[in-house]
Design a protein around this ligand. Structure first.
Ligand SMILES: [Zn+2]
Length: 250
């Protein structure tokens, strides 16, 4: 079985004591690689070092902590992305968060920063990994308006009409390892063509088991998707892995 974790956060402190074991467990579980997402300038620098050590297994996508992003932090992250653009595979996660951010003005204030990242990705010809928690429709609208081409809606949980638009646009979604617990994510898994679905863990978050999540748990998501689509797990693993390799141009 060949699996690929399309989105995790291996630089986070949750992994600082056993990161090497976590990576070797992922290899044993059949993962042929993973993309780790940095969420700000400090995280960016940490991730550069970790990825260098695991060249051709770990890949870096650079973005922000969407719900807490400030202009200063966005600009610092953008200048790091420019400087190290040859060492990253995508811009993101970036986007909109309406789950933690309830205030209308604060929600609006996320948009100009989101647009800066979309323009940066267009300019550097890098794909975009989108965080759009409870803001899937608005994020899609902004991406369409800015002619975003290669888009991955990470940890997708949007309504059916937005799923349809994403599918029509030729964009992709990721489903997390615990997606089967969530009805709307399962519906998205059914509505999207399999060649537009990638698997992720979002470790250390969204664990399908008790406690911390890690890339080896991608097997849970693969089994769940195989069951949902009534397909052999090997087939789901193969297709979603190829989707990830193609999306990130690996
Ligand atoms: Zn994430």
């Amino acid at each position: 079985m060949r699996l690929f974790d399309a989105h995790t956060h291996i630089d986070m402190k949750h992994f600082q004591n056993d990161r090497e074991q976590v990576i070797s467990r992922a290899k044993k579980a059949g993962l042929v690689g993973m993309v780790t997402s940095s969420i700000g300038p400090g995280s960016f620098r940490r991730t550069l070092g970790i990825v260098k050590k695991h060249n051709s297994y770990l890949y870096h996508t650079a973005g922000s902590q969407v719900s807490r992003l400030t202009e200063d932090e966005a600009l610092k992250t953008i200048s790091l992305i420019r400087k190290y653009s040859a060492e990253i595979v995508a811009v993101g996660e970036v986007g909109l968060d309406y789950h933690w951010v309830k205030d209308q003005n604060q929600r609006k204030a996320q948009e100009p920063l989101f647009k800066l990242f979309i323009e940066l990705a267009n300019e550097l010809k890098l794909p975009l990994v989108i965080h759009s928690r409870k803001a899937e429709a608005r994020a899609t609208e902004i991406l369409e308006k800015h002619s975003a081409v290669r888009v991955l809606m990470h940890c997708y949980d949007g309504p059916t009409e937005v799923t349809k638009r994403i599918s029509d646009n030729g964009w992709s979604i990721t489903l997390p390892a615990n997606f089967a617990k969530c009805r709307s994510r399962s519906e998205a898994g059914k509505a999207m063509p399999l060649n537009q679905i990638l698997l992720e863990t979002d470790g250390p978050y969204l664990s399908p088991t008790e406690g911390r999540n890690e890339p080896a748990n991608l097997t849970f998501g693969c089994q769940s998707l195989a069951k949902l689509l009534d397909l052999p797990a090997e087939h789901v693993a193969e297709v979603t892995t190829n989707n990830a390799l193609a999306f990130y141009s690996l």
